[in-house]
Design a protein around this ligand. Sequence first.
Ligand code: UD1
Length: 415
Amino acid sequence: MSRLIISGPYKFNDEIYVQGAKNSILPILASSIISRGECIIRNCPDILDVHTTIEILHYIGCKVKFEDSTICVNSENIVKNEIPEDLMRKMRSSIIFLGALIARTGRAKISLPGGCELGPRPIDMHVSSLKQLGVSVEIINGCLDFKIINKISEANISLPFPSVGATENIILASSICKGTVTINNASCEPEIVDLANFLKKIGVKIYGEGRNQIKVQGANKFHGCEHEIISDRIVATTILGAAATTGGAVTLKGINCEHLDTPISVFEEMGCFISKEKNALKMSAPEKLLPVKEVRSMPYPGFPTDSIPIMTACLCTANGVSILVENIFKNRFRHVEELCRFGANIKVEGNIAIINGVSHLFSSNVEAKDLRGAAALLIAALKSHGTSTISNINFLLRGYDLSKLIPKTIYKLEL
Ligand code: UD1
């Protein structure tokens, strides 16, 4: 079993260049197959989910090269339109190949995606939206077979919830539409804007990205492009969380501060001092953090669901009681039991975590259960005195390039 051995405490006093966004690079890699040319994508994070996506791209026939945070994808010769179950199951983002394969080949044969066990993660909105575009779906031996019946047609789709994945799949499938597809109640996340910017470069016309109504006008000619991935706002929040918890200071470089507005206001409520610069942010933390009244996860621009576990770790040693409410996924608090092994006092009631700040944490041996929960355990280990071990650390490596997060001298990685 993979594990991370870490010696705490570690007080941040670093300048960190934040890695490229996982939730941008994965859909952009998938959609590179629509280009039929060569796409050069910069600022790519070296994380497991990127390597899984590259495996899928190789499987369907692309040539891919990953060197020094730049990925070149050549998708001239696609030879398959199905994705094997073992690759689909490795991560939730594999579902974005659905829209990309439909646009490129007119057909996609996939099984249900995997990813973190955050509770039920249905794809009913993806399926019903694609049907509205003229895509049929059949279930054969547990495998979903999507096919364009005539051609992708104009549509006016209203999502019951601003699902990130469904918005992305509709945009991708619509990239070959003759006419306009309108998506109402679309996701406004910065990673959707990044995807739209990439698609515009390969030839698709998109309007309204970043707002809740997006319009896509398809194209019949596409070409390769060069693109730079935006920085990862969840990784940025993780670093801020680690610096805040350990009473340190940190400068984040290469970021877009606007994407961090909501988390920044929470760190300020916790007593941290933050100053924003162009593409950079400085934070220094007090010796003891203040508790927060209530933080609720909401679709962007609300507080991100991915950062809720980070906050559970930060608030463990705050000076009082804090409340966190998770509104997107049922099982966001699976890591809390493990956090309590560090000495945290947290009670979970349904989708609410009540955190009673304690004076200190002690080192422990714990097990990661999902990606962001693993990041919370890492923060607790950095705060504790002594050596801690986090097993199943592959969960963390799905989304974080550890070597860019903390100094190599304080940890040992056993894979
Ligand atoms: C979600 C997060 C995204 C985060 C990602 C990884 C939101 C709105 N989305 O994106 O910020 O980066 O997880 O952790 O915060 N749903 C359905 N049917 C569907 C699709 C979704 O019921 O067809 C439900 C999900 O179960 C979930 C909610 O809608 O409760 C949000 O899902 P969605 O935004 O699609 O999830 P992801 O794309 O994984």
